[in-house]
Each structure stands twice: as C-alpha cells, then as structure tokens.
Write a protein of this length. Structure first.
Lengths: 187, 457
C-alpha cells in the first residue's frame, strides 16, 4: 500500500498536543504520526513510546569483530614471522591483550555510531516533507498514512491553529502552504 | 540547587550561535598572534627536517626530550575532555550541558597535536609510512606487537576515532539547526553533516541512548590510553621509569591537567563569546570541587612513585632519584611542580568564593598545567641523563630553540584549532541547552517555587 506524508507545524506544545488529539479523533493511531522537534521532550509528552530499537546489538557485533581483527593481527604476526626469545612461547599473551582490547573497543565504538545512524534512518538524502520552523522551536506533527486517507489526516491537522501545512503531491513534490523566511540568527 | 539562566527558546539559539555570526576584534588579534607563532612552528619543523635531529638538543643516550614530554602532556590534556563529558552524561548531571561540547573538542585537538610529536620526533616522518604500512610481506618485516611502541599508536588511534565519532554524533542535531539558518558554502557543509536529520522522536531517543552508550564505551578507552602511554616508559629498564605504578599515576595526572584545561577553556569561552548565561559560576564551582579530589589523588601517586623507587634499594634507582630530588636543576623543577600543580591551587579551590571567581579559577588552572608540563619533563629526563651500562654513554640535555618553538607552537596550534572550530560549529551544544529547558520544571514547595529537572530512567 502506498503511503504519503503530511506535516502540520504548530507554534507550541499545547497546540501540537491538541493536533495529536484531533488526529486520534479522526481514527488514526500513534503509529500513524511522528513528532518533529528541535530538542528532546520528556518521554510520553506526545503519547506512548514510538517503538523499539536494536542499537544495543551493534556494539556487541562491533566488539566481536574488533576482537577478531586484533587477534588476527597479533597472533598472525607472531606466527607468520616467529621470533623465538629465550625459548619462551611464541605467542606473547599480555601484549596481545593490549592490542585486542583496543581492537574490541574500536570495533564497539564504530559499530555503535553506525548503529545510531542505521536505527535513526540516516543518512536521508532528501528531507522530504519538512519545515524550517521546527529548528526555530515550532513542533511538527508528521502524519504518514495510506494515500487514500491523506485528506482525512490533513483535515485533522488543519483543525487546530497551525503555522503551516506541508504535504506532498502524487509526484512526490513537496508543497508548503506558507514558506518560512526567518530574520536574524543566520550562521 | 541548579541555577537557571533566564533565556528560553530562540533566544538561547541566537546567543549560542553568536560566535558563528559575529567576530569580535580580539578574535582577529588572537588569530594574528597565533598565526605568527604557527609560522615560526612551521619554520622550525622545516628547519629540523632539512638539517636533521642535530638541530635539537637530543644526543646519545638522550633520545627523548621536549617532543616526547609534549606528547605525554597533550595526551594528558586530551583525557579530561571526554572523561568529563562521559562521566557527566552517565550520571545525568544537569550542569554538563554547556561543558561537554568544548571538552570533547579539546580532546580531539589535543590528541591530534599529541600525535604530531612522535612523528616529528622521528626526524623523517614520511618514512614512518613505509616503516609501518603496508606490512612488508616480501622482506618479512612486520611491526612487532610485543613492543609498546605498537600498542601506543593502537590506543591513541582508538581514542581519536572514538572521540571524533562521539563528538560528531552529538553534533548532528546542531548541524540540522545550522542547515536551516545558513546560506552559501555553510549551508552545503551543514546539509552534508546533518545527514538529513529531521528531529523525530526516534532520532532523539537514539541520540540520548547513543550519548550514554558511547560514554560507557569511551571511558575504558580513556583509561587504557594513558596507561599504555605510561607503559612506553614503564616496560623499559630505565631507572625511575620501570615502575608498576606508572599507569594509574599517568592517568590521574592526565585527569588533573585535563580537567584544569577544561576550566581554562571555559573561562576563555565565557570572556570571548559572552556565554555568561551558560558557563555559570556554579560550573566552575563544581569542577573546582572535583579538582580538589583529583589533585590530591595525583599528589598521592606522585609521592608513592618516589617511595616505591626508593623502596627497591636498587642503586641505579637511588642515584637517579637523588638527582631528581636534590640536584640542580631537577630539585628546583620538583619544587616548581609541587607549588604550581598543588600547593597554590588546591588550598585556593577549598574555598567556594574562590571557586566561583572566574579569574582565580582561570589563573590557577593555567598554573596547574604549567606545573604538569614540568612534571612530565621531570619524570622523563633524569632517567636518561646518566651513565649507561655497557655503552658508557653519558650526556646532558639542553633543549634547542627549535624544540622550544615546537612546544610553544603546539599550544598555538590547539588554541588556533579551537578558535577555528568555534567559527564553524557551535562551541556549546544548542540542542542540549534546549533539552534542558524542555526538561526543566518549577515545583511549588509550600510557599516557595523550586527549580527541578525531569530525569528519565
């Protein structure tokens, strides 16, 4: 089923929450909308938890990979070119632990960041339905609903006092009702 | 009680983005001065490469001098940045918000500067590429993982990669903020770095989880890095270096100098960018209290290192220790270290009114780092200035003008990079400050209104 997005932009928390209520009254569920903000809000401010993630798996996979690479480098080096010292065992364990430890941590760190990006669905090449006002402090309620119900969703979002409504047409072009041209604070 | 700044919403954003939009005259003065020092630095490096290491004071058997001292010092400075950021995130300390970004950036720039010095110290740094990469399968020459000089780059590289990723992850929301309010090349840059961030609930949740997860991962790396740097010395057979206590001693020394450097940086940011509403007296007060504990811990290990060396009753240890404690110039240096890194600053930090005085905190933190640089020199050099068995080598070390320039240049380099960063990226995390506002609450307790913060478990 084809899905389409429509975004309602609200100037404060109260109107945004009112929009989510109107959305629910129109027969949509919590899974049908997302909230866009410029900073985190306490969990539950816009309803229940938006979903599970598997971020905790990534550092484990990374750590295992890093450990394996560390083992390969240290053991491989010493076995491939043996340097027998005082008749001691060829594999010198304490130095191997140092390199393997660093490899493990490096793998865990890299995979954690990859996990954050993957689970956050980043990078996103096209911003799509979006409004700059969000980073200026407004709150966006982004509805993602089946194409045949997009008009109902837009109606619900419009039923509350809003700053802008951004939608996409059948060709995927983004249409903004009220383009924002902020003054000041230009970087 | 958490003190609270009076600003909200867009006013916070505008104030925190001010360094990107406005350039005070003092910024250009600083750039010109730092540019001059960096030119001298580049000239000194070129001179040393052209004429060789003979232009330095290094000579058999003293191969480690100012450059390695500087390496250890900057590695130390790099430690507190991420440590402060990670510990404060893990404990959800509310006052972390204005401190973390600057601390993380300082870590990266001081690590980069630190890494420069072992390369310069080789005299022919371009050769290090084919000493190490790729592994030489044809001639059977492999870096030996049993040597600490292989552990060291592994640890530092891990720390640099981890710190950079840590910083970048927390920068993404601010990149989106800047993407939406910039034009030209800046817009292109921020659009690329923002990766299409929209700020939905899932992204914010993962951002917060990532902050805690990365903090938990980076802390063990932070401890390992300076431990491994200390093993560069401790696994050798040089008297006074060959000490089992070196790893924790180096780590606590790094924290002492690094946390002090964070205070110096905070004071400079407050004065330069006018961040009075964010870098408040309470922050200096809190870090000052932390420093009293850290400095005393460092002093404990400092004394233990001396006691342990004497406890061995090894004649070589005793000779070098006697030289370090009683003979010119090291006796003077020891007194200097004590006075600058402990005796003056710690009693000052015991008083709240001094901890809340930004100027006093600035000067005492600067003093600590002068003392800690001297401490590294005091630790490294005397062990080498002695007659070596079998080779009967003996020499004194006198740093040359080239090495002095390199040391001053390294300070200029870190400062310059920090200034450059502040012109392109927000030196205080805007979204974290906004989060603080969203999580803040005023609670009525009887007739009083008390500031409180929502904390999520």
């Amino acid at each position: 089923m084809a899905f389409r997005e429509v975004l309602g932009v609200y100037k404060d928390l109260d109107t945004a929450v009112a929009a989510t209520d109107a959305f629910a009254d129109a027969g949509f569920t919590r899974e049908d909308f997302d909230v866009l903000t410029n900073a985190p809000y306490p969990e539950g401010a816009f309803g229940e938890d938006p979903g599970r993630h598997r971020l905790f798996m990534f550092p484990l996979i990374g750590a295992a990979s890093g450990f394996a690479v560390g083992l390969l480098i240290t053991a491989g080096t010493q076995l491939a070119y043996p340097l027998v010292t005082y008749g001691m065992p060829l594999l010198s364990i304490p130095p191997m632990i140092v390199i393997m430890y660093e490899g493990t941590m490096l793998g865990a760190l890299i995979f954690t960041v990859l996990g954050v990006l993957f689970e956050s669905r980043l990078p996103r090449l096209r911003l799509g339905v979006y409004d700059k006002r969000i980073t200026y402090g407004s709150i966006g309620i982004l509805a993602r609903v089946p194409a045949d119900r997009i008009d109902d969703a837009e109606k619900a979002l419009r039923s509350v006092e809003h700053e802008n409504i951004v939608s996409e047409n059948d060709n995927g072009d983004v249409i903004s009702e009220n383009e924002y041209e902020p003054r000041g604070a230009q970087a | 009680m958490q003190e609270r700044h009076p600003l909200k919403g867009e006013a916070i954003t505008k104030e925190l983005l001010r360094p990107l939009n406005q350039t005070p005259m003092i910024f250009w003065v600083a750039v010109i001065i730092l540019g001059g020092i960096l030119t001298a630095f580049a000239f000194a490096v070129g001179w040393m490469f052209y004429w060789g290491l003979g232009t330095t004071g290094l000579n058999t058997p003293i191969f480690w001098g100012f450059m390695i001292t500087n390496f250890v010092f900057w590695i130390g400075i790099s430690h507190a940045g991420v440590m402060i950021s990670a510990i404060l995130r893990l404990t959800q300390a509310e006052w972390r918000r204005p401190v973390t970004r600057a601390a993380e950036v300082m870590t990266i720039f001081s690590l980069l500067t630190a890494m420069l010095f072992p390369f310069l110290h080789t005299g022919r740094p371009w050769r290090t590429v084919y000493w190490v990469f790729p592994y030489d399968f044809d001639r059977g020459i492999w870096p030996d993982p049993r040597g600490p000089l292989v552990w060291d780059p592994a640890a530092v590289f891990t720390y640099l990669t981890g710190s950079t990723l840590f910083l970048y992850t927390t920068l993404i929301p601010d990149m989106a903020l800047l993407r939406d309010r910039s034009t030209g090349w800046r817009k292109t840059l921020y659009t690329i770095l923002a990766l299409g961030w929209r700020g939905n609930e899932r992204q914010w949740k993962l951002q917060l989880v990532a902050g805690i997860l990365l903090s938990a991962l980076i802390l063990p790396v932070f401890v390992s890095v300076h431990s491994i740097v200390s093993w560069d010395f401790a696994v050798s057979l040089i008297p006074v270096w060959h000490a089992s206590i070196f790893a924790p001693y180096f780590v606590i020394g790094a924290v002492h100098s690094g946390v002090s450097a964070v205070i110096t940086l905070m004071a400079l940011m407050r004065w330069l960018f006018g961040f009075h509403n964010y870098l408040r007296e309470e922050h200096f007060d809190s870090i000052g209290r932390l420093l009293v504990v850290v400095a005393t811990g460092w002093m404990w290990f400092f004394v233990l290192d001396i006691i342990f060396a004497m406890f061995t009753r090894d004649p070589r240890e005793l000779v070098v220790m006697e030289q370090r404690i009683f003979e010119w110039p090291y006796a003077m240096l020891l007194a200097f270290v004590f006075v600058f890194a402990y005796i003056i600053p710690v009693p000052v930090w015991m008083f709240q009114r001094f901890r809340r005085n930004i100027k006093i905190m600035f000067w005492t933190s600067l003093m600590v780092n002068v003392g800690m640089w001297a401490e590294r020199y005091w630790l490294i050099l005397p062990g080498l200035e002695r007659k070596f068995e079998f080779t009967f080598m003996w020499s004194w070390y006198r740093p040359s003008i080239v090495e002095l320039t390199l040391v001053f240049g390294s300070f200029a380099l870190v400062t310059f990079l920090l200034l450059l960063f502040s012109k392109i990226f927000p030196p205080v995390a805007v979204w974290e400050e906004m989060e603080g506002v969203n999580f803040a609450q005023d609670i009525q307790v009887g007739k009083r209104t008390v500031h409180a913060t929502i904390r999520e478990e």
